[in-house]
Design a protein around this ligand. Structure first.
Ligand code: ADE
Length: 457
């Protein structure tokens, strides 16, 4: 694999390419790296490579002619893939790195400087624009080094053990597990500890996790997998949302949807004046939320109302379907009867909590929803992605992980000061208008899709 960096600062990139994995690979001839300087393709005394932007504005723009000539020289006669490093490019990912390593034998990495590059260069001499992150550097040189390092590691013969590239963060959609080496017990010295009279402060002992000793390879693999999953969920909920547990993960990761209970709350809720009221049951809600609950694999759907006749009505309607068309056993994907079989009724949220506590042997983690960001001031704010990550981590490796109770308010929303122990408030669904009055059925479907929909994981 050959890399050619087009840069007006070869002195910035060359030292970095002489050391480490890349330096050794160059020495061994596994990769070749060179630089081409656009200043060598100027004809004026000052070797000018930039000029002021048409239309005004701050900074300077890299001129087209020297850059086009430098890119042509860098490409040479063999085909090459030309990449411009720019904060306006597509974010570089490990997947793209893998493709670059597999698809090309020569990468020409063009480093922008100043305010940018004359757009005509990009139109005529660039195949792809890449960014190494959402921040602005003074030029593309560091980005070019990042691309070279990431791609070179995947070139056969560059790494001693190819597996070490595979196992690392991002390759498998998870961050890497923590690593340890000798000594098994590390005594941390505290800076200036002679001045600390309390001996207990002079050093802290940090031990290597015992599972890593003793050579039980299955136990080590399982510990590492768990660490990777946990780290990814905590640090990168966005990445975790795309993580699909493998078969072997099933013991470790219990699917969150299967321990999630939806509660449609008719009391205590607000009316339009802010008073706490009891709303009446809506027939549509029985069916539609039951169908959404089955579609997203929830454990149950609880209709909460203190009015006995309304609970009886809900149970009656659900039973009608069950009597007509019995719920189909797995592996059938279900029927409307399977959806209505998820319906349970309760006179209060407290009753649902008590039932789940009895069923799971521990109380549920309660999650509220609201159209207002100011509701439930004591609850942690979270997006569906963050909730999914946090609740999955809480259940990792647990034989009986805690259930999740998702509260949906009717009327003008849940009466937050009457509902204790709410751990999380999900961020409201925002449309584009100032008016924000989705039906509870629509809101539930959107939230369930954001939490559990396949598109998000
Ligand atoms: N040049 C300046 N900032 C950059 C970034 N974030 N990625 C790639 N090239 C850049």
């Amino acid at each position: 694999m050959k890399f050619t960096v087009v840069t007006i600062l070869p002195e910035l990139v060359e030292p970095a390419l002489a050391a480490g994995v890349v330096g050794r690979a160059r020495e061994a001839g596994t990769i070749a790296v060179g630089t081409v300087n656009p200043r060598d393709f100027t004809s004026d005394r000052h070797r000018t490579v930039d000029d002021t932007p048409y239309g005004g504005g701050p900074g300077m723009v890299m001129k087209a002619e020297p850059l086009l000539a430098a890119i042509a020289a860098a490409v040479g006669v063999e085909p090459a893939h030309r990449i411009l490093l720019t904060p306006a490019g597509r974010p570089l990912t490990q997947a793209r790195v893998r493709e670059l390593a597999a698809a090309h034998r020569h990468l020409v990495l063009v480093c922008g400087r100043y305010e940018g590059v004359d757009e005509r260069v990009i139109e005529h001499a660039i195949d792809e624009e890449l960014s190494i992150g959402d921040y602005v550097l003074s030029g593309g040189e560091l980005g070019a080094l990042v691309v070279i390092d990431a791609v070179a590691r995947l070139v056969p013969g560059v790494l001693g053990e190819p597996a070490s590239a595979d196992e690392e963060s991002h390759s498998a959609g998870l961050l890497e597990y923590p690593q340890y080496t000798r000594p098994p017990k590390l005594v941390l010295a505290v800076a200036g500890d002679e001045s600390v009279p309390d001996a207990s402060l002079s050093g802290v002992v940090r031990e290597v996790p015992p599972v890593l000793f003793g050579g039980n390879h299955a136990a080590i693999a399982s510990w590492r997998r768990r660490q990777s999953i946990e780290r990814t969920a905590r640090r990168r909920p966005d990445m975790f949302a795309r993580f699909a547990p493998a078969k072997a993960d099933r013991k470790l990761v219990t699917p969150l949807h299967a321990r999630t209970h939806l509660a449609l709350v008719h009391h205590p809720v607000h009316d339009r004046t802010g008073a706490v009221v009891t709303t009446s049951l809506t027939n549509f809600d029985i069916h539609d939320l039951a169908r959404s609950s089955l579609t997203y694999g929830l454990a149950a759907y609880h209709i909460v109302t203190p009015i006995t006749s309304q609970r009886e009505k809900a149970e009656h309607i659900a039973r009608l379907w069950l009597d007509d068309t019995p719920a189909r056993p797995p592996p059938s994907s279900g029927s409307r009867a399977n959806a209505l079989a998820l319906v349970r009724t309760a006179d209060s949220i407290e009753t649902v909590v008590a039932e789940l506590t009895a069923q799971y042997g521990r109380p549920p983690r309660i999650v509220a929803t609201s159209a207002r960001t100011t509701s439930f001031p004591g609850a942690a704010r979270c997006t569906p992605e963050e909730l999914r990550a946090a609740a999955t981590v809480a259940g990792l490796g647990e034989e009986r992980p805690e259930p999740l109770l998702l509260l949906l308010g009717t009327g003008w929303g849940l009466a937050d000061d009457r509902i204790p122990n709410v751990a999380y408030l999900l961020s409201p669904i925002e449309g584009t208008a100032d008016w924000n009055h989705l039906s509870v059925r629509s809101a539930a479907a959107i939230l369930l899709d954001r939490l559990f929909g396949r598109a998000s994981g």
